[in-house]
Design a protein around this ligand. Structure first.
Ligand code: SF4
Ligand code: SF4
Length: 440
């Protein structure tokens, strides 16, 4: 159904949104893991290095310029091995966004990480299996959600957490996110699926792992809000978006799930559906990482028809008008908003602030443009925990100074880090939207 095949700058009013501002990064013509020509576009300005949150807190991390173009130049001269420091990159993709020369840094990092894991990491090491388990969170979550109360109790047992750190290198400092007693997909089946039918307003929901197993309230808010606007929703078969797999160099695992996702969603696109994500890292994966990393039929179609949920409503509905007429009951809630790095890469970092500033009953304060530091599975690794918290320090301080004591973000792991560092309850913008438009 979409007449706007690309995302847009959220600062532009709805009626002036052009159709064609965002172009996913092209797959390299050489494909087949050969990125060396991309290195030639680098003119060594070091902008990427000055925007790297890991380099900022870790003097030993060589930075994105080395991880990307320099390593590929070295490889061109002789067949040098990938430096192990690639595993210290968190895949936040801020360097990608910062590069003025469009060097495909995160693509280079993802390819380099996969090569390092394949050729330089022992498949018998604890690190490899710890990373593999983290990368395949969906499988563990599927199992854990069969017995959610028992899993939640065991996962947050103090001595067991300490044992997990000692044996597997999972930090004992963080509390495991609770599994919901009913997954989103169970709820969806129980309510009988879509409650709205439409020939011309149709979206296919990519809920990802976290909104299904841990925060179904976010997925339900997406459903109720889109149905409020008259959209027919389908929830097709899907795997993980691949985000934690890219970050851990597990490209074969990511390709397997990407094949499932592309097959499911490209069929629906042919039937007139657009793809909606409630997690900005999932939309990033479908839009940019899939076309950069995989040559699977249908990838370009899925990338061109994928949107973040609020962004989609901004394109197709008068969302600001609706919010201008709405209000949230209560004494006035102040929300400390953090824009995830992957939202930034899609031009969505100001969107929640711009949308909710006209909404009666809430105040929104942007807590700055720093990285939260957790970067998915990164901050769960015992050896990365301190680094992750050092990166997040600026955000924690900004949250402390903000008026409100409730946080807001689109990314589930940024939400974990915000809660961990501040003690605040964290909401998703879709929950605020639902409260204003559906419940209000
Ligand atoms: S920002 Fe881009 S051009 Fe500048 S050093 Fe980094 S990769 Fe090279
Ligand atoms: S992805 Fe993030 S952590 Fe990795 S090199 Fe780029 S800016 Fe640094």
């Amino acid at each position: 159904m979409s007449d706007a095949d690309s995302p847009h700058d959220p600062g532009v009013p709805n009626d002036e949104i052009p159709d064609d501002e965002f172009e996913p990064v092209d797959v390299f013509p050489e494909s087949e893991l050969d990125l060396r020509s991309g290195a030639d576009d680098c003119y060594k300005c070091s902008t990427c290095d000055t925007n790297c949150p890991v380099a900022e807190v870790d003097d030993e991390f060589p930075g994105p310029k080395f991880q990307g173009p320099e390593q590929w130049r070295l490889k061109r001269k002789d067949d040098a091995d990938i430096d192990p420091s690639i595993m210290d990159c968190s895949n936040c993709m801020r360097c990608d966004d910062a590069c003025p020369s469009d060097v495909p840094l995160s693509q280079m990092h993802n390819e380099a990480r996969a090569e390092y894991v394949e050729e330089g990491m022992s498949k018998l090491s604890v690190e490899y299996w710890r990373n593999r388990i983290l990368a395949n969170y969906r499988k563990g979550a599927w199992l854990g959600s069969k017995f959610p109360r028992l899993t939640n109790t065991l996962a947050n047992n103090g001595p067991l957490r300490k044992l997990g750190e000692k044996l597997f290198g999972l930090t004992a400092e963080r509390e495991f996110p609770a599994f919901a007693t009913q997954t989103f997909r169970e709820w969806w089946a129980e309510r009988g699926g879509a409650q709205v039918q439409s020939e011309d307003k149709r979206v296919a929901y990519f809920h990802g792992c976290y909104a299904n197993y841990n925060t179904p309230e976010v997925a339900k808010a997406m459903v109720r809000t889109f149905e409020h606007f008259g959209y027919e929703i389908v929830v097709p078969e899907q795997g993980c978006s691949g985000t934690p797999m890219f970050a851990n160099g597990m490209l074969d695992d990511a390709r397997r799930d990407a094949e499932t996702n592309i097959s499911s969603f490209s069929e629906l696109i042919d039937e007139g559906y657009d793809v909606i994500c409630s997690c900005t890292s999932c939309s990033m994966a479908l839009r940019q990482e899939y076309p950069e990393l995989f040559t699977i039929e249908g990838t370009a179609d899925v990338a061109a028809h994928t949107y973040e949920a609020l962004e989609y409503l901004r394109i197709h509905e008068d969302l600001r008008g609706a919010l201008g007429d709405a209000e949230i009951d209560g004494d006035g809630e102040d929300l400390a908003y953090h824009a995830p790095c992957h939202a930034r890469n899609q031009g969505l970092d100001r969107q929640a602030v711009e949308l909710f500033r006209d909404l009666d009953g809430v105040g929104v304060e942007d807590v700055g443009d720093s990285c939260s530091g957790i970067s998915g599975t990164y901050g769960w690794k015992a050896e990365k925990y301190e680094k992750s918290m050092a990166i997040g320090e600026e955000m924690f301080e900004e949250m402390e100074e903000a008026e409100g004591q409730t946080g807001m973000t689109e990314c589930p792991t940024c939400a974990m880090q915000m809660e961990h560092g501040s003690g605040y309850e964290i909401r998703h913008p879709l929950e605020v939207l639902e409260a204003a438009l559906v419940e209000g």
